[in-house]
Design a protein. Structure first.
Length: 452
């Protein structure tokens, strides 16, 4: 297997290196940073990058493909950007035989996705599925083969004796992919996409009306957890897809980047290729299915209006985000945070940059997502200090974040008598760490002496 190239932001030590960079390093940096500055200039940046990479394909083909796939895996919110980039590379081969670039990309994606499925690399599986949909959006891959991939994944929910966590995880991958490709699917394959969406709805119905499907011991307030205090991952993504498929959205949102749409005339000449068929191995001991169980600590998402997100309670810090934009921001945050445990500073910079690029006040969904990850039962996926440092970083980078954090902590302490004992200890440990950076000042928090 290949050694992946880094997709981490360039650190201070790297900036101190001599100015003369190798061609290889410059190419990697260009690919990694595309879309990091301004979404408004994204189309011109993509054209420029595609032209630069096309000129280097004869000598750096493997490096370019590998770097794109590494970025797809590590920077999942930018999957639409890399899909459009591949479309432009395939549409303007300049000396390459027609179809070779597209065939190379599709074949390598097929190999990487199957390998990820074989070793149960969950975040890589999700990343490569997202990328497959974006290749279909860019006419590099065929819509029928993309839908066939999602049908294969959804079939896991019908396995005899399937674990609920496994079924829901694969259903979430399908829902995430539908959010990205719904517009193209309904336009190019309306009957097949409608059947897939119907199958997802049928699965949702089998979960029952009262689908806090997790056992009580995994819920933050145990059996006393109330409706609205927790949103399961499947429920959040299912509500997202239902909203996007409605007449209010038509599968579009300002937070769903779709650069391929801007290059439709150039990509129209491409002959989409079928994605390689993949198989999903059976569950084996040790397989886990990571999810984002959302704790609702600040406020509920605002009701959606016609098209754009409706305004909420005016509380600031993200309270005005509608269900669609809020859910998308939570997903983006979860995907990025899950990939950058080795550097909380890089993760914080990416979250801050994402919020700035998308031009939204993302403090509330960011705070709730980070606390949800910290307070996950039976144990957080990463070290507790990672989330603690991230919350500290976000509090410094985003002005409204401390206010949102106070609101969330007050909500938790107001329900301390119901909170799981393990989570109460974890919350106290984190809060002690957090206030130690602010002179041990508890004044903003409504915490009585009985809680100290």
């Amino acid at each position: 297997s290949r050694t992946p190239h880094t997709y981490m932001p360039v650190n201070k030590r790297a900036r101190e290196e001599p100015e003369e960079e190798s061609i290889e390093k410059r190419l990697v940096n260009l690919i990694v940073r595309i879309g990091d500055r301004s979404i408004a200039d994204l189309n011109s940046h993509l054209r420029g990058l595609a032209a630069a990479l096309t000129a280097e394909l004869p000598t750096s083909r493997t490096l370019i493909y590998d770097t794109i796939l590494d970025c797809v895996r590590g920077l999942q919110p930018k999957a639409p950007i890399y899909g459009a980039l591949c479309g432009l590379l395939a549409a303007n081969p300049q000396g390459e035989p027609d179809g070779v670039v597209a065939a190379d990309i599709v074949a390598q994606l097929g190999r990487e996705l199957q390998e990820a499925l074989d070793v149960h690399a969950t975040f890589s599986i999700r990343a490569f599925c997202r990328f497959a949909i974006e290749l279909a959006n860019a006419r590099v891959a065929s819509v029928d083969s993309a839908l066939a991939l999602l049908e294969t994944l959804l079939a896991v929910t019908a396995e005899p004796g399937v674990l609920p966590a496994r079924a829901e995880w694969f259903a979430c991958v399908v829902l995430d992919s539908l959010a990205l490709g719904g517009e193209v699917f309904t336009r190019d394959a309306p009957e097949r996409s409608a059947a897939l969406l119907g199958a997802v709805r049928a699965y949702a119905a089998t979960r029952g009306a009262d689908a806090l499907s997790a056992p009580a011991l995994l819920l933050p307030y145990g059996g006393a957890t109330r409706p609205g205090e927790v949103t399961e991952h499947f429920d959040a993504l299912f509500a997202l897809v239902e909203a996007l498929s409605s007449d209010s959205y038509h599968w579009r949102s300002s937070l769903l980047l779709a650069p391929s749409r801007s290059f439709a005339s150039e990509l129209a000449a491409l002959e989409p290729l079928p994605l390689p068929t993949v198989s999903v191995p059976a569950h084996t001991r040790g397989c886990t299915y990571p999810c984002l169980r959302r704790l609702r600590l600040c406020s509920e998402p605002a009701a959606d209006g016609d098209g754009d997100a409706a305004m909420g309670d005016g509380g600031g810090g993200g309270g005005g985000l509608g269900l669609v934009d809020r859910t998308l921001m939570e997903e983006y945050a979860w995907l990025l945070v899950s990939q950058f445990e080795e550097s909380h500073k890089d993760a914080a910079k990416l979250l801050h940059g994402l919020a700035e690029n998308l031009a939204i006040d993302a403090c509330e969904p960011l705070v709730e997502t980070l606390l949800s990850m910290l307070l996950l039962l039976p144990a957080p996926r990463h070290r507790q200090t990672y989330y603690a440092c991230l919350l500290l970083d976000i509090s410094r980078l985003l002005t409204p974040a401390p206010r949102m954090l106070v609101r969330a902590v007050n909500t938790l302490y107001a329900s301390l008598d119901r909170l799981d004992a393990e989570l109460a200890i974890r919350l106290a440990d984190w809060l002690s760490f957090h206030i130690s950076h602010f002179g041990f000042n508890l004044e903003p928090f409504e915490i009585g002496r009985a809680h100290v």
